[in-house]
Design a protein around this ligand. Structure first.
Ligand code: FAD
Ligand code: FO1
Length: 444
């Protein structure tokens, strides 16, 4: 494995003892560089290998159905690990406490974690690295070109990062080796899932509204379906919310049930014409989001947007708003705009929203909120509360682009938006059949 995937969090010496892979962002056994790295270390040191997942309640506003989706996938991970002779543990409580406690209880010799630029995850990792005197290594198993290797700084836009990625991709876009069976120690316990579901606050009653089946096997099936049926039309279909032209793979990518590397490899082998557009989104746009969150401490707030955008939004702060809505009017889709209401109603009903409308959705929140700061917070809160793929760098970068002009350029100046790119109802009307879209949400 390319060493540029590894980031050493503390340089304590390995002095024997089990190797723990603390799984968090990349919740899968196949195509998981962090797991492969931990397995190789355990084999070299002839030490046991175990996998740990720390269940944190109230993760960034996640709701019951998000936990239900994630835990269903983790049950499959447990099966996949068991079939390879690798024990799986789920610890419940604040990972700041449960991760070091677990490592000490197991007398672990080293911990491998996976990469995640989110603030909460960095805190978890850094507190572990400071709390134990064993090596803690982080492996970027989420990005094809590791985020830290792609760039050492905050990138202005897709065009600046794309050049760096194009140079590095040939070396990184390679098949991920299969995980060899691991001769396991004595038999080990199964996870007590009833306890885990209780800790996550899943009553079981809330039958999930989600229309998507969780787990790495379902993720691979959905990928194959998209490669066969969706990729060919992707270039023109992806921006039409009235048809189902996107891949629908973001929840699998968000929870790490599907490897972006495997998806990118399969897509890059395809002769279909949607290939390049899809790779632009999957590789450039997605890695740009991780770059935004890794190198911008205010990635989820108005404070983090580019200076030009803050200045122009400031200048138009006192402009008359034709409509101003309180957060719960927005949350419950009570505005004058039938298209925006349908998008929000769909989000409440289905836990997802078409990518094209997410831009419109966020930009209208800017237009109809009392201030840009309030708009920013509303978009982050609602996106993280309702999107199944929410609580993700893609969301924070998507909102920063829509409301704060991040990774975009100044446009013609206008009220409220200043020079932040505007989107209008009529603009949508010229792009797709709004009536058909609204009906698709009503009938969903
Ligand atoms: P496809 O078009 O099939 O794309 C395939 C994959 O490429 C996606 O799953 C995603 O991983 C990546 N991708 C596509 N578009 C983007 C993009 N603009 N930026 C970064 N990566 C992209 N994406 C999330 O995963 N979670 C979010 O919470 C989220 N919130 C967003 C909020 C706003 C305001 C905006 C403008 C965009 C947001 N996005 C978010 C990005 C994008 O809209 C979704 O990734 C996409 O719609 C998911 O559907 P899909 O997998 O069918 O996309
Ligand atoms: N990661 C964890 O390690 N432990 C959790 O309990 C956890 C809960 C969770 C709930 C909803 C959600 O969308 C993500 C969640 N994650 C959790 C993080 C997730 O695995 C991703 O790493 C980040 O959200 C994206 O970077």
């Amino acid at each position: 494995m390319d060493e540029r995937r590894v980031h050493i969090l503390n340089d304590a010496p390995y002095a024997g003892g089990p190797v723990v892979y603390w799984m968090s962002r990349d919740q899968r056994v196949r195509d998981n560089w962090a797991l492969l790295y931990a397995r190789d270390l355990a084999a070299v040191h002839r030490a046991p290998l175990v996998v740990l997942f720390c269940l944190a309640t109230a993760f960034v506003g996640a709701r019951e159905e998000h936990y239900a989706f994630m835990l269903a996938g983790l049950r499959e991970v447990e099966e996949d690990l068991r079939s390879r002779g690798i024990p799986f543990f789920v610890e419940c409580g604040d990972p700041i406490r449960t991760a070091p406690t677990f490592a000490k209880r197991l007398k672990a010799g080293m911990v491998v974690t996976d990469f995640d630029p989110l603030r909460i995850k960095r805190r978890w990792r850094e507190s572990l690295a400071a709390g134990v005197c064993i090596p803690v290594h982080e492996v970027d198993a989420h990005n094809i070109v590791p985020c830290r290797a792609a760039s050492a700084k905050l990138e202005y836009g897709a065009y600046t990062l794309r050049k760096k990625l194009e140079r590095l991709l040939p070396g990184f876009l390679v098949p991920v080796p299969a995980l060899k069976k691991f001769d396991s120690p004595a038999a080990f316990d199964l996870v007590d899932w009833a306890r885990v579901y209780r800790a996550a606050g899943i009553t079981g009653g809330g039958v999930s509204r989600l229309r998507i089946k969780s787990g790495p096997r379902s993720a691979l099936r959905a990928m194959r379906r998209f490669l066969e049926k969706g990729l060919g039309d992707y270039s023109w279909a992806r921006n039409d919310p009235s048809i189902d032209g996107q891949s629908g793979l973001s929840p699998y990518l968000h929870f790490g049930q599907l490897s972006a590397q495997r998806l990118a490899l399969e897509v890059s082998r395809s002769p279909l014409r949607g290939r390049d557009d899809f790779l632009e989104q999957l590789v450039v746009r997605r890695e740009l989001s991780d770059n935004y969150c890794l190198y911008n401490p205010h990635y989820d707030s108005f404070e983090g947007i580019p200076a030009w955008a803050r200045k122009t939004l400031d200048k138009h702060r006192a402009d008359i708003r034709e409509y101003v809505y309180a957060r719960d009017d927005l949350e419950f889709a009570r505005t004058h705009d039938p298209l925006w209401n349908a998008a929000q109603a769909g989000l409440l009903k289905l836990g997802t929203m078409h990518g094209y409308l997410r831009m419109y959705w966020a930009k209208k929140i800017l237009e109809w909120s009392a201030s840009p700061e309030e708009a920013y917070e509303t978009a982050v809160v609602l996106n993280d509360r309702y999107e199944l793929d929410g609580r993700d760098p893609n969301g924070y970068a998507g909102i920063a682009w829509s409301i704060g002009g991040a990774h975009d350029r100044p446009w013609a100046e206008r009220p409220v938006f200043g020079m932040v790119r505007y989107m209008s109802f009529n603009g949508c009307k010229s792009k797709f059949n709004i009536r058909r879209y609204i009906e698709s949400i009503e009938n969903a």
